[in-house]
Write a protein that binds this ligand. Structure first.
Ligand code: NAD
Length: 245
């Protein structure tokens, strides 16, 4: 019997990461669920994956830390012995602030969590994809808007991630590894509470051409498409999942 493909999703204990775990499971993947702190919530996601008949394992790691990332991939080796898809999903949004009030600690925390993590996880993933594979980065519509006066640190981290997508796609194309990106915008998740505005999606949704906020599952569908063979000729590309923003 052919072994199931394996996806590793960072920051998968809630929100878009959790929805992506379930989406891949429904499409036949075994799932490696990374979480930073909320083991209970990650365990619930794992239970949902198991309920659809797929294998789920948890791996704790702060993906902004190199030693944690290396250890996480060593755990993946032991648990699954292979990797088909990496989804660089983990990210943070800090409360709104203008640049004049930002200190280096905040800026570095956002950059290391949102983009250094993607460099490190991609590096380790590539080593484990001798026969090809796929990496999907979860960027943001903010990489195009710049999010002035509130989240420019976050927007810049996603801009760097977009450039990583393009450069890495070319760097590893010869190894049959595709690298793509989704750029969500205004999705109903707890990230906006962390960003200082619980009702952000409700407040801004009418400004979107589609007139509503997005659901995590709608982002998961785009991530899955880019990772899958349906997108076999697509690399270094972006899908905006942002209601026309
Ligand atoms: P979320 O806050 O629910 O999920 C983010 C996840 O990342 C959480 O599970 C969190 O624990 C995890 N995480 C944070 N730092 C981590 C670390 N150092 N190590 C490991 N895990 C860590 O928010 P979400 O909306 O589901 O966000 C998922 C991704 O989507 C993020 O990259 C975010 O920037 C991006 N995004 C979200 C929106 C939106 O409107 N919700 C829009 C654009 C982009």
């Amino acid at each position: 019997m052919k072994a199931n493909p394996v996806v590793l999703i960072t920051g998968a204990s809630r929100g878009i990461g959790a929805a992506t775990a379930l989406y891949f499971a429904r499409h036949g993947y075994d799932v490696c669920i990374n979480y930073k702190a909320n083991q209970q919530s990650a365990e619930k996601v794992a239970e949902q994956v198991r309920r659809v008949g797929r294998r789920a394992e948890l791996v704790q790691a702060d993906v902004s830390k190199e030693a944690d990332v290396v250890a996480m991939f060593q755990s993946l080796d032991k648990l699954f012995g292979k990797l088909t898809v990496l989804v660089n999903n983990a990210g943070i949004l800090k409360p709104q602030m203008r640049l004049l009030d930002m200190d280096a600690q905040r800026i570095n925390e956002v950059l290391t969590t949102n983009v250094t993590s993607a460099f490190l996880c991609s590096r380790e993933a590539i080593k484990r994809m001798p026969n090809g594979g796929s990496i999907v980065n979860v960027s943001s519509a903010a990489s195009r808007t710049g999010s002035p006066n509130e989240y420019i640190d976050y927007a810049a981290s996603k801009g760097a991630m977009d450039t990583l997508t393009v450069g890495l796609a070319k760097e590893v194309a010869g190894q049959k590894i595709r690298v793509n990106s989704v750029r969500p915008g205004l999705i109903y998740t707890d990230m906006h509470r962390d960003g200082g505005e619980v009702n952000r999606v409700e407040r801004l949704k009418d400004k979107l051409p589609l007139g509503r906020g997005g659901q995590p599952e709608e982002v998961a569908a785009a991530i899955y498409f880019l990772a899958s063979d349906q997108a076999s000729f697509t690399t270094g590309s972006f899908i905006d999942v942002a209601g026309g923003l």
